[in-house]
Ligand binder design. Structure first.
Ligand code: PMV
Length: 318
């Protein structure tokens, strides 16, 4: 039996974070220059059904049967086995590795789940369709994030820019012109569930005020969808800045994120905002190609811990 492997990209949210939890749309794109990989090595020397897991990045080297049920890797394997229900499970080792920074809003958890679900279902002879892969990864996300909107598993499983609304069919965005995005890590980490619950408390205390902010973010995201598809960069950058002001009203930005956002804008970005849960994690800037290096360097000088750039190229019908 051959060794099989599958990769899954990172992701970044362009518009609509937090409001997406309340039913508003959000836009996210895959970040293909970072990825998670799951590799299966058949093990003919062990008895059938013996599954071993190695994930060096998190110092894990354990049998599947020894992992807690709610461990994300264990959950991804269990859900895939339940879905595929193979007659026979050969013995194997699965190795997980990833170049996606952890807890930085780049979707590392969902990418690992998706690579694992894909490689295991393929190894068992029943590769799952993308929608199923995304649904299973969503189940894994729920174990650890409580009430995830589902945007991470969707954009990572489809590997395309998506316009996402909870409970609605996803829309793949077919962009007409390439765009360059510079992503900088503030080095601060706040788990997404913390910012999501902070926003939830504010919403419960003052639903009128916060519903109006979510509504405005939703309107910006709808306009951004058209601007992104049409390649209207100036409008898109302006919408990012407006979205950032509303995220500040939700109190999910941070002084460091604000510094990086201001630095990117002054170095020539068309627009910049935080991305993901906030209070740390990443910011993202839309940057004309000629200014990418300058913006990257400016962000590093301003204290960014990691800076990566990604280009969203035209998406065509297959
Ligand atoms: O921090 P990230 O990139 O996982 O994004 C969180 C996005 C939120 O809208 C705040 C939460 C969610 O589940 O969509």
């Amino acid at each position: 039996m051959p060794v099989v492997y599958k990769k899954a990209p990172g992701k970044i949210i362009l518009f609509g974070e937090h409001a997406v939890v309340y039913g508003k749309p959000a836009i996210a794109i895959p970040v293909k220059n970072v990825s998670a990989t799951a590799r299966i090595i058949p093990d003919i020397s062990s008895k059938p059904g013996h599954i071993h897991i190695q994930a060096q990045d998190i110092q894990l080297d354990s049998d599947y049967s020894d992992l807690a049920e709610d461990h994300p890797l264990s959950a991804a394997i269990r859900l895939t086995l339940q879905k595929v229900s193979p007659v026979h499970i050969p013995s194997f080792t699965v190795q997980i590795s990833s170049t996606i920074p952890i807890s930085a809003g780049l979707g590392s958890g969902a990418a690992v789940s998706i690579a694992l679900i894909r490689v295991l279902s393929s190894f068992l002879g029943s590769p799952l369709p993308t929608e199923e892969v995304s649904n299973l990864a969503y189940e894994v996300e729920k174990i650890h994030h409580g009430t995830p909107s589902g945007i991470d598993n969707t954009v990572i499983a489809y590997e395309k820019p998506v316009y996402f609304r909870r409970g609605k069919p996803i829309q793949i965005l077919k962009v007409k012109s390439p765009t360059c995005w510079v992503i900088a890590d503030s080095g601060e980490k706040t788990p997404t569930y913390e910012t999501v619950s902070a926003v939830r408390e504010k919403h419960i205390a003052n639903p009128e005020k916060y519903n109006a902010i979510f509504q405005d973010i939703g309107d910006i995201t709808r306009r951004a969808k058209t601007a992104l598809i049409q390649g209207e960069f100036t409008a898109l950058g302006q919408l990012m800045n407006e979205n950032q002001s509303l995220l500040e009203k939700l109190d999910v930005s941070s002084p460091m994120l604000n510094t990086l956002i201001a630095s990117a804008r002054s170095a020539g970005a068309s627009g910049a905002k935080l991305s993901g849960g906030g209070r740390g994690g990443n910011m993202i800037a839309l940057v004309p190609i000629s200014k990418v290096h300058h913006v990257e360097q400016t962000l590093k000088d301003a204290g960014a811990k990691h800076v990566i750039s990604t280009t969203l190229t035209e998406v065509h019908d297959r």
